[in-house]
Structure formats: structure tokens, C-alpha cells
Design a protein around this ligand. Structure first.
Ligand code: HPA
Length: 254
């Protein structure tokens, strides 16, 4: 991992702000790719002796009105790069496929399969001096993932390390048959925001890791249909843990 100069948190469903971030300024920025989802909230990590500047970005907008397939991922990542961010911890709500991905629990993914179909997924398109292929064998930063894991152990917050994230287009949830296919593909969790975010971070050489919150059993894996109420309830449980976890990560960086 490169030196952790500036950390960003990209908050997902259920995490549109961070209470323990002492916000010193908000900046509305624009990029060559358009507007990011929200203003960048700059903060100093509370209780710090030396200051680590941190940036918070609400992926779905401050009022949670941008659906996963409409997020301007390029603008978000570009804005963070321009802000000097060297590491991103992304928070993503997911459906659980593997038996231990119980609603309300947390998991740090280590692999991704991209099933999205209509998103702009690269910065390397035009005005290139040469064709560029990034290495993406291991999409998440091992060191940053370990930092999250260590913080969780310190606070005794249960978190599973290691899962393959299936990124789907959405915004509809999957069919039961689609989930069976993902299971055969060895996917453990399914969500709509993991890609192209992780790949764009890699293109910009920003270390990237994710904390996923299991919001529901994926389609067809429980007797009940998936309701927004149930998702919201489980996300709230998971996000409470995530907030505490981020607080501990902040402390460990001081
Ligand atoms: N599928 C896709 N994305 C999700 C789900 C799901 O079941 N739950 C939360 N985000």
C-alpha cells in the first residue's frame, strides 16, 4: 500500500454521513466527466493528535436519490483523485448468497465478478497515447482490507474476510435463477455498486477496499420475498457496526 496520505470513505445505502467525522468544509466540485454524487465533505478525524484529513462522499447523493446504475462513478473517482486521496474504503450493501452471509453481518470481499452491462467502466477511452490494460487480478487492496480486519478485531466486531462480490446492473433485484447461476460461478454476495468503482480506483492507482453489509438473503434463498423494509432494517444494523468500525480505523490511523 502506498503511504496513506488521505483516506476517503464512499458511503453507500444507509451511510450518507459520518457522525465521527469532524467536517471542516464541504466542497462542490466538477470533473471532466461531470458532477460527483455529492459534495466532498472534508474532515479531520476526531480524537486525533496528528491530523489525517479524510474525505467523505455519499455514493447515492446526500439525500439518497441516485440509484446504483445512475451513479457517475467516473466523476466520483476523479473528484477523489483530484482531492489527493490515496486510499478508499467503500461501503456497499449486498445480498447474501453464501450460508454465512447472514443479513446484518459484515464482510470484506476479496474478489469481484462484473455482470454489469451498461456502465462506463474506464477512464482509458480517448486521447490515449497508447492502449492501457491495468492489472486487476486482485481487485481489492490486501493491506487496506487487513487494516479494516484489525480494527474489527480490536473492537470485537464480527466481520468475515474473503468473499466474491457479484456486481449486477440493477436496479431490480435478481431472479432466483440468476442467483443460482451466481452461486455456480462461486459468488458469495451480490450488489449493484461494486463495479466499475473498484476498477476505476485501480486505473487511478488509488488503494481500494470495501466493507459490505449483508442486507438480505439473495433472491430465492429464503422463504420470504425481499422487501425494502427488511433491507432497510438489516442495513441499519450493519451500518451501526460499520460506523463503529470506521471510528476504530480512524483511531488506528492516528
Ligand atoms: N441484490 C443486489 N444488490 C443488493 C441486494 C441484492 O439482493 N441487496 C442489497 N443490494
Amino acid at each position: 500500500m502506498k503511504k496513506l496520505d488521505k483516506l476517503a470513505i464512499i458511503g453507500g445505502t444507509g451511510l450518507t454521513s459520518l457522525q465521527n467525522l469532524d467536517v471542516v468544509r464541504r466542497e462542490t466540485v466538477t470533473t471532466p466527466f461531470g458532477e460527483p454524487s455529492s459534495a466532498l465533505a472534508y474532515g479531520n478525524i476526531l480524537s486525533s493528535e496528528q491530523t489525517l484529513e479524510t474525505v467523505f462522499l455519499a455514493r447515492h447523493g446526500h439525500t439518497h436519490n441516485i440509484p446504483p446504475h445512475m451513479v457517475n462513478y467516473r466523476a466520483n473517482l476523479w473528484a477523489l483523485k483530484e482531492a489527493g486521496v490515496t486510499a478508499i474504503i467503500a461501503v456497499n450493501a449486498v445480498g447474501g448468497i453464501r450460508d454465512d452471509m447472514v443479513p446484518g453481518s459484515l464482510v470484506i470481499p476479496d474478489q469481484i465478478i462484473d455482470y454489469t452491462s451498461r456502465r462506463i467502466n474506464t477512464f482509458f477511452e480517448e486521447n490515449l497515447t497508447h492502449v492501457t490494460h491495468i492489472d486487476f487480478s486482485y481487485p481489492y487492496s490486501k493491506e487496506l482490507s487487513q487494516l479494516i480486519l484489525d480494527a474489527a478485531q480490536k473492537k470485537q466486531i464480527d466481520i468475515v474476510h474473503g468473499a466474491t462480490y457479484a456486481a449486477t446492473e440493477g436496479p431490480r433485484l435478481e431472479t432466483a435463477a440468476e442467483i443460482q447461476r451466481l452461486k455456480k460461478d462461486a459468488c458469495d454476495i451480490v450488489g449493484m455498486t461494486g463495479m466499475p468503482e473498484a476498477a476505476l480506483a485501480r486505473e487511478l492507482e488509488i488503494d481500494y477496499a470495501s466493507i459490505c453489509v449483508n442486507a438480505n438473503w439473495a433472491a430465492g434463498l429464503s422463504d420470504e420475498l425481499i422487501t425494502m423494509e427488511a433491507i432497510e432494517k438489516n442495513v441499519e444494523v450493519g451500518m451501526d457496526k460499520t460506523r463503529r468500525l470506521i471510528e476504530t480505523i480512524f483511531d488506528s490511523l492516528n
